[in-house]
Design a protein around this ligand. Structure first.
Ligand SMILES: C[S@@+](CC[C@H](N)C(=O)[O-])C[C@H]1O[C@@H](n2cnc3c(N)ncnc32)[C@H](O)[C@@H]1O
Length: 226
């Protein structure tokens, strides 16, 4: 593991408990997850992978859809997130879930084995070259008819906005307190590389995906294939 990855891992390990507790405080997080599920239209007997699954909210919020899936796999860089995810999935009565500690850019998943890759609010923590590696990994693990639904923090403003204006909008959308956020964003291991939604789509298209985009908010977009 590189030192950047180790820093990211310890950052998310330290954040995991608080992150889970804050879920109800930011209704937009549930909105993002629900929209991902609506677009993905999960079918029984499919294999789903949630990359950067955090505390597995995506699967538990969509329990009525995902309980019948053949396999649910979560991958996260943080062992602490993976532990919380396993315990929450057990509490919700899932028997088809496995959690892996691993990186988006090097997924511990067999080539061509997955029906649908999901991810929520993860890729903006990687720079563009890491995003390209991550997208190549998604392509590798999907079978040829496989699909993606990826939501992320993206610049979806119609007009140009400054970094400060974007950050202000992001704090509002996620109901974040700017004071604690500024402190946490200065933490070792916290990385943000937010790009425009069009640029994000281009990265997927360049890797051979045919994608659609949906703007959920000025600071959140969803990119998906069908
Ligand atoms: C903002 S949280 C989102 C969690 C979850 N997807 C959700 O929407 O509730 C970002 C998650 O991505 C994970 N993560 C960050 N960088 C990662 C990477 N390079 N590979 C895998 N997971 C990563 C973090 O540990 C954290 O759980």
């Amino acid at each position: 593991m590189t030192s950047l990855s180790l820093n990211a891992r310890s950052y998310w390990d330290n954040r995991a408990q608080v992150f889970e507790k804050q879920f109800e405080l930011a209704p937009v997080r549930r909105k993002v997850i629900q929209r991902i599920i609506e677009i993905a239209k999960p079918k029984s007997d499919e294999i789903f992978v949630d990359i950067g699954m955090g505390t597995a909210r995506l699967f538990t919020e969509g329990a009525q859809h995902f309980k019948a899936a053949r396999d649910l796999v979560g991958v996260d860089i943080s062992p602490e997130m993976a532990e919380i995810a396993k315990s929450r999935m057990k509490d919700h009565g899932f028997s088809n879930f496995e959690a892996h500690v691993g990186q988006f850019t090097s997924l511990p998943i067999e080539t061509g084995s997955v029906d649908c890759v999901l991810s929520s609010m993860v890729m903006h923590h990687m720079d563009n070259s890491e995003k390209q590696l991550a997208i190549a990994e998604v392509k590798r693990i999907l079978h040829p008819q496989g699909r993606i639904v990826v939501a992320d923090q993206l610049d979806c403003f119609q007009q140009e906005v400054s970094e400060d204006e974007f950050r202000e909008a992001m704090y509002q959308t996620f109901s974040l307190d700017p004071t604690t956020q500024t402190r946490s964003s200065k933490n070792f291991g916290h990385r943000e590389h937010t790009i425009k939604i069009g640029e994000f789509c281009n990265l997927w298209t360049s890797a051979g995906f045919s994608v659609h985009q949906e703007v959920l908010d000025d600071v959140i977009g969803i990119v998906y294939s069908q």
